[in-house]
Design a binder for this molecule. Structure first.
Ligand code: ATP
Ligand code: MG
Length: 247
């Protein structure tokens, strides 16, 4: 698709094409990596099988994830090159709502791309965007993604990591963090290792998560709220898998 192509709103695959266009531009602007396009393709395949809609199980995970974030002492939102271009407004909104920093962390990392994503988020109004520091790292991870910010993920009790990699999710959990992810593949290691997995497209899930957090804040939920304690990620992923396999 060329950068000038206007997708007619009436096109049956409008949202999907629009999303691809955002990622394509993300690559041209140096925000998204080429590998990010491949990762998106894997996500799209699952979305197709799920009927490109938010299922009831995803709503339940959104409720549980929202409660974890609202009750967190030090929540942090991890951002990569795909989420930055797909949901920049929502990331900034969430950061302000939770008073949580946005921390850029990339699989295919470079100093330049890290800085570009930070300033991209700032263009959308981010007030607290952090970069990893070579002086601070998490245990149980060997890739460059081990580097974290001492004021961000290092101190976090709950980390929101949409579209994450399995190794890093596992390492964050081993480091004692609660991890909430958004992943269309209920079978991925990320989905299986996270504390709460929202099996939905990040483009649909983010606005719903923000609305749910606003509701819970208005209700002033506390630690006795059982939205998270009753949530069993394993069982929930099985429900998503059953739909995919048409069982
Ligand atoms: P894992 O490392 O967790 O085993 P993977 O190696 O299969 O997963 P990655 O390339 O590390 O996959 O990460 C991409 C993941 O993000 C995939 O599981 C894919 O389904 C998911 N994904 C991609 N685009 C979206 C999207 N827009 N919304 C939600 N999930 C997405
Ligand atoms: Mg992976």
């Amino acid at each position: 698709m060329t950068k000038d192509m206007k997708i007619p709103k009436s096109h049956p695959r409008y949202t999907s094409l629009k999303t691809r266009q955002l990622l394509e531009k993300g690559v041209r602007d140096g925000i998204t990596s080429l590998n990010g396009l491949i990762a998106h393709g894997r996500g799209e395949a699952f979305d197709y099988l799920l009927g490109e809609k938010t299922h009831k199980f995803a709503r339940e995970a959104i409720d549980a994830g929202a409660a974890l974030l609202v009750l967190a002492k030090r929540p942090v939102i991890s951002v990569n090159g795909n989420t930055a271009v797909l949901v920049p407004h929502e990331l900034v909104h969430l950061s302000k709502l939770l008073n949580a920093p946005l921390e850029v962390n990339l699989f295919h990392t470079s100093e330049e791309r890290l800085r570009m994503i930070k300033s991209y988020l700032e263009k959308f109004g981010a007030m607290n965007a952090l970069l990893p520091s070579k002086k601070c790292k998490i245990a149980h991870l060997n890739s460059p993604r081990k580097y974290i910010n001492p004021e961000g993920i290092y101190k976090a009790d709950v980390v929101f990591v949409p579209l994450e990699d399995g190794d890093r999710t596992e390492a964050l959990v081993k480091n004692g963090k609660k991890v909430i992810t958004v992943d269309l593949n209920p079978l991925s290691r990320t989905a299986q290792r996270a504390t709460v997995t929202i099996v939905d497209n990040v483009v649909r899930a983010m606005p719903l998560l923000i609305e749910e957090i606003k509701k819970q804040k208005r209700r002033k939920i506390n630690d006795n709220d059982n939205a998270t304690s009753e949530f069993k990620n394993f069982e929930y992923l099985k429900r998503a898998e059953k739909i995919l396999r048409k069982l």
